[in-house]
Each structure stands twice: as structure tokens, then as C-alpha cells.
Design a protein around this ligand. Sequence first.
Ligand SMILES: [Zn+2]
Length: 354
Amino acid sequence: MVEAEPFIIAGATIAAGSQADVSFPITTMATGTTSSLSVRVMHGARPGPAVFVSAAIHGDEIIGTAVIQRLAQELRPAALSGTVLLVPVANIFGFITHSRYLPDRRDLNRSFPGSAGGSLAGQLAHIFYREVVGRCTLGIDIHSAAIHRYNLPQIRIAAGNRRLVELAMAFGAPVIIESPLRDGSLRDQAHKQGVDMLLMEAGEALRFDRLSIETGVEGVTRVLAHMGMIEADDGLSAVGIPARANRSVWVRSPRGGVAQMVRQSGDPVRKGDLLACVSGLFGEESGELVSPVDGIIIGHATLPVVHQGDALFHIAAIDHPERVGARIDSITEAILASEPQGSPQRLLDEDEVV
Ligand SMILES: [Zn+2]
């Protein structure tokens, strides 16, 4: 067996088949306390690619933190070919204040590549990129919907990249969306430097739900198996075929008031199907929201109190939505059928379990 060379990071030398937690100082806070970015490095016994998994780049999108906690317990460096870098919280500042943003009001995911002498967000982006992203050939970055919104677990990838389509299919989330990259985003910067990235969207900000967490854990594990970094467990190869789309629409409330949702994420809809009714405070003058396209609902608002123009549904335009919807049901049922292992149950708030 060929043994991997040691992995050197943050001044630490990590031997083949072992793991270490390293941290990178980011800044000194107003109170004088220091803050740093924590990374677990799992360095495989055998040589192979380096892959990072990151969460909470938007500080309130914590689903990925739960996914990474599970991966940290389940992956074993001795059984790994290559290196996995786990970043449970990228936006360490927004995480503790339950905010998408940093204390300087910037969005970390619009601050790449950043610089050592830049803003707080720029410094964090610079270190995260230099020390983690730049060492890898693939990254999986996990997001959730914003507060009071829910996203069906889905993978977003850059358009026109066949390797990413293959990896997204291996991940096995119910839906794959191919979309253009945003300027200044982590994916945009990674793309420019030749680092492939899968972006997972799942669940709701500041909440955990079992479907999102299980989809993330199984998806990352399947991707590592697909790349030959771990032995695939039984059952991992049986993945339903995800739905694919390259166009999505937002459906907005026609009036302010109180929304009664008729449909939710995962539902197939036809153009003209009723999605929700929004009425006045006494239930009067109910306005109907209908789907403008044939497709699958990939995100919905969970807060019934709405203003005119609020986006209540996000729908991926897909042909044959009923057939695709049935396939999505079979994928989500398979994901939920797997028994949670190890210690995950203590992570779940009962009220939030799907
Ligand atoms: Zn996000």
C-alpha cells in the first residue's frame, strides 16, 4: 500500500491516516478577544484528492454545521484516500449573532477573493480561500434558505460543467439546478481558480430538519465514494435520479395580508395551479397565487404574515412535473428511511423533525 505524504497546514504536520483540528486567527474583536476559523483536517492513509466541506458561510444557515458534525464522527482517516477538510462554521461572526452577515454588515459570500489588508469580511474570505479552498480540487458548500423560508434539499452547480453534473448526480439530492455564478461568491472565485464546487441548499435558517441533514450526510458520503476516496457502504449506490432544471421563477404575493399555503416544497405543479391564498386581516378579499410554470416547488415561505411583493414560492421549471415529483418522493423517502446513526439524534429539535 502506498502511504500518503504528511499534510502540512497552519504549521501542523498531519501524518497519513490521522486527523487534527487547526485554527486560523482572523481578527481581534472590539472587546479584545481573538476569533479564529476552525478546520478539522482528516488526512487519509492513502494518497488522493483534497476535498473541503463548509457550512454557515451565511452565519444563520446552520444546516451544514449539523451535516459536518455527523461527517466528523463517521469518516475515518485510516479508511480514507486523500484529505477531507471540514469547516463547520465559515462565518464565525454571523454564527454567534444568528445573522447572515458579518459585524461590518458585509456578506461573506460576496467578499471573495478578499485580501489580508481588507475589511473584516475580506480578511476572513482571504484566509478561508488561501488555507482551505485553494488546497482542494473540490468543495461542497452547504447553505439553507433564509429565515422564515424552507428549501427542498437541492444541489446548485455552474452551468455547462460535465464533471459537476456527474458529482451532483452522485450526491443524489432530489433536485439539481444549473445556474450562473454570482460575482464575488465563493463558487465564482473557486471556478476562476479551477476548484470545482457543489453548493447544497436545504432547509431553513436557524433550524435543523432531518431530511436536510440526512441528504447532506449521505450526499457528501456518496460523492467521496464516487471519487474513490472511501469504500461505498451498502445502499449508497442505490440513488434515485434527481430532477434537473436550469430555470426557476419566484412567485410573489399580490397583496399584503395573511397567507394560507396550499402547496409546499417538493410538490409538482402545473401552470395555473393554486399555490396559496392571501387575504386581509378578517379573511376578506382573498387573492390567489397560481403557478406561472410547470415545475417543482423548490422553496417556500414558512411565515404566513406577508407584504405585497414578498416571494412566497420558488419553482424550478421542469417538464412532466408529476412524473418528476413522484421520483423526488421516492428519493426523499429513501433518505428518510435510513436510520440515523451514532449521536445525531441529540442534534435534532423534536419540533423541527420532518
Ligand atoms: Zn446562503
